[in-house]
Design a protein around this ligand. Structure first.
Ligand code: FE2
Length: 249
């Protein structure tokens, strides 16, 4: 089974289109999405319509923010969520399409478990909101508590920083492991990075291909200037949301 696992699209249509083209060239049999399909970016409706076709998806904190009252977001993120909700509510007259999008969001699970593999947005103990950062290797108690809940392997997103955290408290960036991770006996959390708003200093979209015990990190170029231009033209989306795409921060 060859599977693409993507996360944190954040309404970035240019990035998602480029990643889906790359996935097509990899001839995968399934696409999993780890949440935050919307929020921040200028094309939430189009990205949702594409995500509805994925084989599996889990709920992200920005997806939930659009569904309910957003809590704990920065003011820029909150403004973007309200704008995103407006887009979903006003989607130009086609009630059926609009309902389909809301139904899809409402039905997203928080966690998916399958043969020792676990898929969440944030972390196993707080699937929507907990961040597991590379720096958490300096907090072994946190790492230990989280790994207690993981049967063997967990795929997550949320931080927008790709890499592999193992239960012995090591974090390896993709470039430190030649973009390939062989899953072994040790429990591991694999952060698949972000399609629509990478934050590891590389503006290219990031996702992974999982084939049995092998996980490959992929980086994909996309025209981020186009996305930034759209963001600058929307008053409710802070200009910073466009600026950060350029630097991958
Ligand atoms: Fe996110």
């Amino acid at each position: 089974m060859k599977r693409a696992i993507i996360s944190d699209i954040h309404g970035n249509l240019e990035a998602l289109s480029a990643v889906l083209a790359d996935i097509e060239s990899e001839e995968v049999s399934e696409i999993f999405c780890l949440g935050d399909i919307i929020g921040y970016g200028p094309n939430p409706c189009q990205c949702l319509d594409m995500a509805i076709e994925f084989d599996e998806a889990v709920l992200g904190n920005h997806d939930q923010g659009a569904l309910f009252d957003p809590e704990g977001f920065s003011s820029g993120a909150e403004k973007a969520i309200f704008w995103t909700r407006d887009q979903l509510e006003s989607s130009s007259g086609d009630r059926e399409t609009s309902l389909k999008r809301w139904d899809f969001l409402c039905e997203l699970p928080r966690t998916v478990r399958e043969n020792g593999f676990m898929y969440v947005h944030g972390s196993p103990r707080n699937p929507l909101n907990e961040y597991v950062f590379p720096e958490d290797i300096h907090n072994p108690r946190k790492v230990e508590k989280i790994f207690c809940i993981i049967e063997q392997y967990c795929f997550q997103g949320h931080t927008h920083v790709p890499g592999v955290l193992t239960e012995d408290c090591f974090f390896r960036r993709p470039d430190e492991i030649g973009d390939v991770c062989q899953l072994g006996d040790r429990k591991a959390m694999i952060n698949v990075g972000s399609v629509g708003q990478p934050r590891d200093g590389d503006p290219r979209s990031c996702y992974v291909i999982q084939e049995d015990q092998t996980v490959r990190f992929r980086r994909v170029e996309y025209p981020f200037e186009e996305t930034a231009k759209k963001i600058y033209a929307i008053a409710e989306l802070d200009n910073f949301l466009g600026d950060r795409l350029r630097d991958g921060r």
